[in-house]
Design a protein around this ligand. Sequence first.
Ligand code: TMO
Length: 315
Amino acid sequence: MKKHLLFLASLLFSVTTTAQQEPSAPEPIKIILNNWSSQLIVARIAGTIYQQQGFAVEYVQVPTNGQWYMLKHNRVHVQVEVWQGTMAEKYNQMLKANWLVDAGTYDVNTREEWWYPEYVEELCPGLPDWKALKHCFSVFSKPGSKGYGIYLGGPWEKPDKARVRALGLKFKIINTNTADELWRELKKATKAKLPIILFNWTPNWVGSIYKGKFVEFPEHTIECETIPEWGVNASFLYDCGNPKVGWLKKAASTDFPNKWPCPFEILKNINFTNTELEYISTLVDVKLMSHQDAADFWLKENQTTWQAWIPEQCH
Ligand code: TMO
């Protein structure tokens, strides 16, 4: 028995020492992949630039609510899209605690909100004013929803339940597991001109294919999320919409700037406009390219743009 253990111990020892003697592969830059098109394409654009610069890259699939822990512990290094409407709270907490690094803000205005195709206004007059939903919620009901309207949310954390409660709306929230599920339901509904109200955002490809509008909830303020007395409901938070002119940021793990100074500079320089982000997302959702193909296509067409993101001393 003792002999066996000794053998095992020496085997383990030799395994660990050989592992140490191997010339170690360079540590890859780990880039977060979430679950909507523009993020997935920009992640590939960043990764492809890093690879062309000679860095090893690994993509890590992780939902937005799981990414903060990973960033905090330097298990992933790069997040190319942090949206104010869905992620501001966590992002700000992380930044304050020095658990991540701000890598700059895009020249983009973002909005993430309840949205409907235009023909829905005929079924629910008064939209886009949210108060119309107080009266015509039942238009959005489904078998089994007990007369309540159905709002289709995506797989991202949103205070929709709190909002529905605070605004006294007779709506139930159904969260899809993927963005594609949202678009499938939208396609089905618009084909038959059926009422639908769902989560959408801008910049996104949807507006280039479907005419539609965001619901206008009471204006978003910080107080709405922190002071119950604020707004139309004096007892509850979230009696307001999401920010109408939200930011879009990039973030990195705290070890990233020191370990990879040039890639950090490049990350800070990456920039897009609303039109550009909409355009790249149509490459995937309308033209049906893969995320990598869309990234390669964009890189090929926009050499001068991204070459300028690479600082002189990093060439
Ligand atoms: C984070 N998202 C753009 C899906 O709202």
